[in-house]
Design a protein around this ligand. Structure first.
Ligand code: MF3
Ligand code: CO
Length: 252
């Protein structure tokens, strides 16, 4: 069953989304040469506390931090630590919070200094793929229209989509039905209805889609150690189409 949210519930999710977007925006602005991912996590903890938000990640199946920071070949679920970011890196910042009983989930991949052409194109294409996926979140479309749009955007640029992890429904839980894969056949899947709320996650790899989990039991990295990028937004399906709850004032 895919939950349908009332206007009142959507209002609460709008609030969760805007609180989260403000937090992510500040974290994105902090990314620069020499900062550690643990410093980003500590600032996230402070920002959450100051804004009535609780990390959905901390303690989730024992996850030890408030946010996920995945660098270069790390796909998702990188654990913040003493690693210093250096020029040429890309870092995905993935944050999920609960505000007043509703969840919002968001990720952005940010360049550190000057990055190479492949990473530039990968990050831009992942951003574009999320946008293309969101556009399909129209009442009357099918769920895998979203998936197909993400996959096609990646394929056109010669990138692969992550298969091991998916987007998801979101609302009163971080992860609700349905799973939203980054690949699929257009015009198939459950019908998309007004009031559904999704976390759509475009996860693109420069090389293979295959992933391995590191010894920390969390960090997912690409098999071929080529880079990966991740853009995620929390959205609602309205009568007019998608409404993004996790908008940054300045893109991405
Ligand atoms: N934010 C992730 C998602 O998009 C989930 C993070 S769970 C964690 O679904 F424990 F790894 F943080
Ligand atoms: Co998510």
């Amino acid at each position: 069953m895919i939950a349908l949210r009332s206007p009142k519930e959507l209002d609460k999710m709008r609030k969760s989304g805007s609180v989260l977007a403000a937090i992510v925006e500040k974290l994105v602005d902090m990314v620069q040469e020499g900062i550690t991912t643990a410093e980003l996590d500590a600032e996230a903890e402070r920002l959450m506390k100051d804004n009535g938000a609780v990390s959905a990640s901390k303690g989730y199946h024992g996850y030890p931090a408030h946010i996920c920071t995945s660098v270069n070949e790390e796909i998702v679920h990188g654990i913040p630590g003493p690693r210093k970011l250096k020029p040429g890196d890309i870092v995905s910042i993935d944050v999920c919070v609960q505000v007043d009983s509703f969840f919002a989930d968001m990720a952005r991949t940010v360049p550190v200094g000057e990055i190479d052409g492949e990473k530039k194109q990968l990050v831009a294409t992942a951003r574009e793929a999320l946008e293309a996926g969101i556009k399909q979140a129209m009442p009357g479309n099918r769920l895998y229209d979203i998936s197909h749009a993400i996959e096609e955007t990646a394929r056109r640029s010669g990138f692969s989509v992550v298969r091991r992890f998916t987007g998801h429904g979101i609302g009163r839980e971080m992860h609700e039905e349905p799973k939203i894969p980054n690949y699929g056949k257009a015009h198939t899947g459950p019908k998309i209805l007004q009031g559904m709320t999704f976390a759509i996650e475009a996860m693109l790899n420069a090389g293979t889609h295959r992933a391995v989990i590191l010894d920390d039991d969390w960090t997912a990295v690409t098999n071929d150690e080529r880079p990966s990028a991740h853009f995620e937004d929390t959205i609602a399906v309205t009568r007019e189409g998608p409404e993004v709850f996790t908008c940054l004032r300045n893109k991405p």
